[in-house]
Ligand binder design. Structure first.
Ligand SMILES: Nc1nc2c(c(=O)[nH]1)N[C@H]1C(S)=C(S)[C@@H](COP(=O)(O)O)O[C@H]1N2
Ligand SMILES: [Mo]
Length: 411
């Protein structure tokens, strides 16, 4: 290892003279203590642009995911293309993952700014203080977004708050702080991008030490790290990448070729209720049609190839057989466009009931599925019956369905 003066805590010898006062004042590192040429606006701007693109893509796809999960969206979420949500949520997780190494390099490259001395004069102090507070908010919210996102992808919830509301609320803080930051830094960014990466014109005066890596080398390593981070998790969406995706959580095969998100025992499904005693109740007002699993199998069956696209990032295409939900609604003469409240036998955890908006209920591809991959559904995939609809977040593809209730007067 070569030792460079960079990162030395405390004053560095050999700097410009007349630092007596400053030396007395400084007990920790100062901005001038950081001497690596790599910590430069040239690097920060380039990594920052890539990071901004990742955050922008994650923000837009995150809004889509949030909207898709609204029980009763003001404008219906489309049911086509069936792979739409699979694509946007895959991009969401990939862009968030790529942002992790980018954010680390970006923070490293601007770290000296944290130790910059405050200017003289109240007006200046207020101005610089406000800018630093804004940057602090940006850094804190960005770290929060990536940390909660990563933990969610690994299905680890070490917190009490609702992931979805917190991740959504802080996203607005992060994107707002990011826009302010971009606006403030625009002149520097343009100057940095407009000149060669090795140009020293914008550098801090102490940033002169050559390290083992050149700036181009550091940028190459950064892009590589972001690419590897994506490859290591993208197998959750792209089957061809499964073998290289060492960090993808749900790449393993599940029963019938599809991973399981929550098992019947984790959801406390009463197995007895899935046997002979099982009935599907289709309800509209005081009309109830009760169907056994054999009754359901006797109805005309339809086969559909539709993906399960989990909010947590994995997805899988599968062949489902079952009865179109709309055919079941016809049994109680539900008007076209009727929304349906779907209830599960599950006794523990969220998503025991979900709402199927009218456009999803009417889509002929939306099934109450009885079979998967040419076999009856396994218990963990939702036996005796489950919802599978096109372009829908996995979390709303309710398993162990025992009741479909038509909403009156709704859409
Ligand atoms: N009743 C019920 N249905 C559910 C869930 C659940 O917890 N309870 N999990 C959902 C989630 S988050 C996903 S991604 C899909 C996964 O379906 P699979 O386990 O059959 O792959 O089921 C959905 N259906
Ligand atoms: Mo999910």
């Amino acid at each position: 290892m070569t030792r460079t003066p960079d990162d030395a805590a405390g004053p560095v010898g050999g700097g410009p003279p007349a630092r007596g006062l400053a030396r007395l004042r400084a007990s920790g590192p100062r901005e001038e203590s950081f001497t690596s040429r790599l910590r430069s606006p040239a690097v920060a701007a380039r990594v920052g642009v890539a990071l901004g693109c990742c955050f922008g893509l994650a923000f837009v796809t995150g809004l889509i995911s949030h909207y898709a999960q609204l029980p009763d969206p003001p404008v219906p979420f489309p049911t086509s293309p069936s792979w739409g949500y699979r694509l946007t949520q895959g991009l969401h997780v990939a862009s968030g993952t790529a942002a992790v190494p980018l954010l680390l390099v970006k923070l490293w490259s601007v770290l000296p700014r944290l130790f910059a001395a405050l200017p003289r004069g109240l007006g200046q102090v207020v101005l610089v203080g406000a800018e630093r507070a804004a940057v602090g908010l940006l850094v804190a919210s960005a770290i929060f977004m990536l940390a909660t996102g990563l933990l969610n992808v690994s299905q680890w919830y070490p917190w009490q708050f609702s992931f979805r509301s917190a991740h959504y609320a802080v996203a607005w803080v992060a994107i707002g702080a990011l826009l302010v930051h971009v606006a403030v830094k625009l002149p520097v960014v343009r100057a940095a991008l407009g000149s060669d990466v090795d140009d020293a014109g914008l550098d801090r005066s102490s940033a002169t030490a050559q390290g083992a890596l050149s700036r181009r080398g550091l940028l190459r390593v950064t892009w590589l790290a972001a690419g590897l981070a994506v490859l290591a998790t993208a197998g959750g969406t792209v089957p061809l990448l499964r073998r290289v995706s060492v960090l993808a959580v749900r790449t393993g095969e599940g029963p019938q070729g599809v991973p399981i998100n929550r098992t019947a025992s984790a959801a406390a499904v009463d197995v007895a209720a899935t046997g002979e005693a099982y009935r599907l109740d289709v309800v509209r007002g005081d009309r109830v049609v009760s169907l056994s699993r054999a009754d359901l199998e006797a109805l005309p069956q339809v086969e559909q190839s539709l993906p399960i696209a989990c909010v947590e990032g994995w997805s899988a295409q599968a062949t489902w057989t079952g009865v179109p939900v709309r055919d079941l609604l016809d049994l109680v003469a539900a008007p076209a466009g009727s929304a349906v409240v779907v209830s599960s036998l599950q006794q523990r955890g969220g998503y025991a009931t979900t709402r199927l908006p009218g456009n999803f209920a009417d889509d002929p591809r939306t099934l109450l599925a009885l079979g998967l991959s040419g076999e009856p559904l396994s218990l963990d995939h939702g036996f005796p019956a489950r919802v599978i609809a096109p372009d829908r977040p996995g979390v709303l593809q309710t398993k162990w369905v025992h009741r479909l209730e038509v909403e009156e007067g709704g859409s």
